[in-house]
Design a protein around this ligand. Structure first.
Ligand code: GLV
Length: 394
């Protein structure tokens, strides 16, 4: 069992301040100074007025933990089991995964390769974006023995979809995470003000252009990224019935990312998927959408016993991870913090971010009186509005 909290001791024992801050909320401002305006705007930005991006953070801030004392916390265990309700039980060392982020070569030349190496070094699963700067196979090679999953958009060209799924399986990706909330890109003023869409510059297309079906359809080298985007287009008719197509071509766990409504969660469970991610795409798609932590309890009530519920969007601290688990998420995904770590210090920066988050999660958990991450759910440690019913004597 890993003692993730050792990272803090390691830093202090070394006597050397780390290259990046231990408070991960400070990374954004530091990265802004280092990244190109286009890359920073793309990673940091959200849809519209960014109200949902702010709401994601506010939902974490609004809730407070109510630590318990005098409990045996001598053997902390951050590991959690995923996919048990659907028969694919898999234990991961910590309730944190690296979520899919596209075009990371615009952030750092090593892009997703550095992220894959960092994830494998720390022992957390990486979910590779299909819009990555490096191909499915290149990232698999960098990830080595690390756990990797692949994010998936359903292409209008089904043959291309089959090919991408087959490549992911052959390259050792253990689960497929189907993004539902991005049939098209949201209204993102920061990118519009920079006249920037990375794919139009041939960025973030490595898995597509290396695909034999894509190459055949393109009929030769890609001459115009406008045309290439037509070939890569997501299927806007994508409906519940199409999940059968994905299941038919993927034998392992299937997750749906971008669920906020309990009725959609029920529909997902009825359709036999293994997991869902309560996500608003980091506030990048529907401005004004509900914060994910606010959406989580109703979704967990609806389907928490039938499939694995994960959460992303706004996770920045160990306390955030603990709050999400108390409210019923099995694990969380982070994205912008590791992208900023990558921008600032390559693979080391990503490792630092993940190690800080895991250390803080473990310390928060044990200081709140819980020794196992799997015991956080339903522990009643989160007070909704600064004052829990228990505190009100209810
Ligand atoms: C793609 O998924 C994006 O958020 O840019």
């Amino acid at each position: 069992m890993s003692d993730f909290a050792d990272y803090g001791y390691d830093i202090c024992r070394s006597g050397r301040p780390p290259a990046l801050p231990a408070n991960l909320t400070q990374l954004d401002e530091l990265a802004a100074r280092q990244m190109t305006a286009e890359a920073y705007g793309y990673v940091a930005g959200g849809a519209g007025t960014e109200a949902t991006m702010r709401a994601n953070r506010e939902a974490f801030d609004r809730r407070r933990l109510v630590p318990r004392v005098l409990r045996d916390v001598s053997a902390p265990d951050l590991s959690v089991e995923l996919f048990a309700p659907t028969g694919f039980a898999t234990r991961v060392p910590a309730p944190v995964l690296l979520g899919p982020v596209g075009v990371l070569a615009t952030v750092h030349p090593d892009g997703e390769l550095a992220v894959a190496r960092a994830a494998a070094a720390v022992g957390v699963p990486l979910v590779l974006s299909l819009a990555a700067s490096h191909s499915i196979e290149e990232v698999a090679a960098a990830s080595g023995g690390g756990t990797r999953w692949c994010q998936f958009y359903l292409p209008a060209d089904r043959e291309l979809g089959v090919s991408l799924l087959a490549r992911a399986r052959a390259a050792g990706y253990g689960a497929i995470m189907v993004t539902l909330d991005a049939v098209t890109t949201g209204w993102r003023p920061r990118d519009l003000d920079n006249a920037y869409l990375p794919f139009l510059q041939g960025a973030g297309v490595a898995s597509y252009v290396s695909d034999p079906v894509f190459q055949r359809a393109a009929g030769g080298p890609v001459l115009s990224w406008d045309d290439a985007m037509t070939l890569m287009a997501n299927d806007r008719t994508f409906g519940w019935r199409d999940l059968a197509f994905i299941r038919e071509h993927w034998e392992g766990p299937v997750l749906l990312k971008g669920i906020l409504h309990p009725d959609d969660a029920r529909r997902a469970a009825d359709s036999g998927v293994d997991g869902i991610v309560v996500s608003n795409h980091g506030g990048r798609q529907v401005d004004g959408a509900i914060a994910t932590l606010d959406a989580l309890p109703a979704v967990v009530d609806a389907v928490g016993d039938r499939l694995t519920v994960l959460l992303d969007s706004g996770v920045r601290t160990g306390a955030d991870v603990v709050k999400a688990l108390v409210l019923g998420a099995r694990a969380v995904l982070i994205a912008r913090p590791y992208a900023f770590g990558l921008a600032l210090d390559g693979q080391d920066g990503v490792e630092h971010v993940v190690r800080c988050l895991l250390a803080e999660t473990q310390l928060t958990m044990i200081l709140a009186g819980v020794s196992r991450a799997s015991d956080l759910a339903g522990s009643g440690l989160v007070a909704a509005a600064l004052c829990s019913p228990a505190h009100r004597g209810e």
